[in-house]
Design a protein around this ligand. Structure first.
Ligand code: GAR
Length: 190
């Protein structure tokens, strides 16, 4: 079996898409643990409803968080870590030990970097009057949204779109893309 750990800071609809694809046998994998830096993240509820272990990070400081996570994760056998709406930087201990991917709601390198997450991204795309936006899945390195790109999906931004309608389109495309990418990892194509 292919073992995943998912990190999430908020709603967790991306986590839910992975849970659903596993339940529907569209992805032959299991999620062993969901980690959040936010004790109120709805993602944690989604995990508990599906009998997945959860862990809430205690440390506020970057280096301590890296060590804390390293200690927690060493109890698991992990093939891949998926950042699904996780907003904190990943530290060197984790980067060294694990393959980590992130899903980002824009066509990177556009609209990436510190502070660029969730609705902030979609608002910036609308403001810039972009013709296209989309979702990017990339490897995680020591810089926000800078790791090698694995896959991108483009969506058209209509003149009638606002940040909310754009986010719905991007998130729908993003979920399909993530399941495709995860399947490629499971098949050892990546
Ligand atoms: C997703 O669209 C994800 O790409 C984005 O946050 C959303 C999480 O939604 N991630 C980032 O912006 C990271 N820079 P969710 O909590 O419903 O899964």
């Amino acid at each position: 079996m292919y073992h995943l750990v998912v990190f999430a800071s908020g709603n967790g609809s991306t986590l839910q898409a992975v849970i659903d694809s596993i339940k529907n046998h569209e992805l032959e994998a299991q999620i062993d643990l969901v980690i959040s830096d936010n004790p109120k993240a709805y993602a944690l509820e989604r995990a508990k409803e599906n009998n997945i272990d959860t862990y809430t990070i205690q440390s506020k400081d970057f280096s301590k968080r890296d060590l804390e996570l390293s200690n927690v994760l060493c109890n698991y056998s992990i093939d891949l870590i998926v950042l699904a709406g996780y907003l904190k930087m990943i530290g060197p201990n984790l980067l060294e030990k694990y393959t980590i991917i992130n899903t980002h709601p824009s066509l990177l390198p556009k609209f990436g970097g510190k502070g660029m997450h969730g609705m902030h991204v979609h608002e910036a795309v609308i403001q810039a009057k972009e013709q296209y936006s989309g979702a990017t899945i990339h490897f995680v390195n020591q810089e926000y949204d800078k790791g090698n790109i694995i896959s991108q999906t483009k969506v058209t931004v209509l003149p009638t779109d606002n940040a909310k309608t754009l986010s719905e389109k991007v998130q729908a495309a993003e979920k399909v893309q993530l399941i495709e990418v995860l399947n490629r990892f499971v098949q050892h194509e990546i």
